[in-house]
Write a protein that binds this ligand. Structure first.
Ligand code: AMP
Length: 397
């Protein structure tokens, strides 16, 4: 995979796949500009070289139809403000006007094209549609890590229309390099903390991580299926009966591999899913009838903090409790603080997943994490060990 750093874009029209799938309010104002801000560096480098930028993105799920509510024209002004340069709206990618506009682009100009998902061919990875996109530019840059797990025309197929001229933007390149460093080039001990609500969404991550980590910390709603598999009582806690054999299989894999599996030793339970619930802190891993465990307990917090403190590489995905409710946020807070403190002491840490990022931000610890991955689904698939189609297309180029 070639980074844009290795190329001079002077006089070239760069077709840049960005992820401007941003949230809009009812007046079509962008309510979170993070995704736009994060493309500044890549676009800035291309323009500074003397190139021009043709931005391609999707927005929402228009399902192959042109619908105004999903038009990227709503965000042109915001993109312009953030990039600090005039951005021209280029309209639909298939039109002759778009072709003429792109053909006559002057160095330093930026064009934002219409939502690619107005054409169903985009999500099908259609070759002819990719060729139509390719006609608009001289080189291709993918800076949309968040959609790199999709085999779409603008994320994968189009890269093959630019042999030797397809590059990874800074955002995508950094995501891949940081994830790669974590999974395959890490300093030991390597600790993964996997939380969240369900075993079903994390099975493949857990299975892929076991041969790579020294310590596997499992927290959150998914731990109760494991506790059940270990023979504990779990009261009304979150439980996926059909995942019981999988949990058992993972526990067997853990045992055979010699990985230190850190679940919990106590829990904070509630009599209802609410901040004004009554609370019970268990002595051990058995949760009484009619109680629902919503966080790890105080002894578990200390145990997990110790494991994190002794690590040199830390990967954290998913909260260990219902941290959105203050009463059940102590466990996730302890994890966030421990990861940050250990990073300050010299460890490398990577945090990903919307909820873990929200937790890090809630405690204002973003500056003490080595890398925050905003890849969402793409990050999860990477952690599962899958080759992402968008990355594969660049690697083959
Ligand atoms: P996920 O989207 O699978 O990463 O799960 C994140 C959600 O898991 C968060 O909204 C947490 O509130 C929730 N969660 C964490 N711990 C528990 C728990 N013990 N019981 C129920 N939900 C939980």
């Amino acid at each position: 995979m070639k980074s844009i750093q290795e190329h001079n874009f002077s006089g070239e029209r760069a077709l840049i796949r960005v992820d401007y799938n941003v949230p809009l309010d009812e007046q079509f104002n962008v309510t979170d500009v993070t995704r736009i801000v994060r493309t500044k560096e890549t676009i800035g480098k291309i323009l500074a070289d003397g190139g021009s930028a043709i931005l391609l993105s999707h927005l929402g799920r228009p399902k192959g139809e042109a619908k105004d509510e999903f038009s990227l024209r709503h965000i042109v002004k915001t993109v312009s403000e953030i990039l600090g340069k005039e951005v021209v709206f280029g309209g639909d990618v298939l039109t002759a006007e778009a072709e003429t506009l792109c053909k006559n682009l002057k160095p330093g100009s930026i064009v934002l094209m219409e939502n690619l998902r107005f054409h169903k061919e985009e999500e099908k990875g259609d070759v002819d549609f990719a060729k139509a996109l390719a006609r608009l530019g001289d080189v291709y840059v993918n800076d949309a890590f968040g959609t790199a797990h999709r085999e779409h025309a603008s994320t994968a197929t189009v890269a093959r229309c630019f042999p030797g001229k397809a590059f990874a933007g800074y955002l995508l390149y950094n995501e891949v390099m940081n994830l790669e460093k974590t999974l395959n080039g890490q300093e030991r001990p390597f600790t993964a903390i996997i939380g969240g609500s369900k075993v079903s969404t994390k099975i493949n991550i857990l299975k892929n991580l076991i041969p790579k980590v020294d310590n596997l910390v499992v927290g959150g709603g998914l731990s109760y299926t494991f506790l059940k598999a270990m023979g504990f009582t779990i009261g009304n806690s979150l439980y996926e009966p059909d995942m019981l054999p999988v949990a058992q299989e993972i526990l067997d894999q853990v045992k055979a591999s010699g990985v230190n599996f850190v679940c919990r030793v106590d829990s904070v339970c509630a009599d209802k899913f609410s901040n004004d619930a009554n609370i019970l802190v268990t002595e051990d891993n058995n949760i009484p009838d009619n109680w629902e465990a919503l966080d790890i307990g105080p002894k578990s917090r200390v145990n997990i903090a110790k494991v994190i403190k002794d690590s040199k590489t830390i990967l954290w995905n998913g909260p260990v409790g219902v941290f959105e409710l203050e009463k059940f946020s102590e466990g996730t807070r302890a994890v966030a603080l421990s990861v940050a403190a250990t990073t300050l002491a010299g460890a490398y840490s990577i945090v990903g997943g919307g909820d873990s990022i929200a937790a890090v931000n809630k405690y204002d610890l973003g500056n003490y994490i080595s890398y925050i991955s905003t890849g969402g689904g793409a990050m999860l698939e990477y952690l599962e060990g899958k080759e992402l189609p968008g990355v594969k297309a660049l690697n083959e180029n």
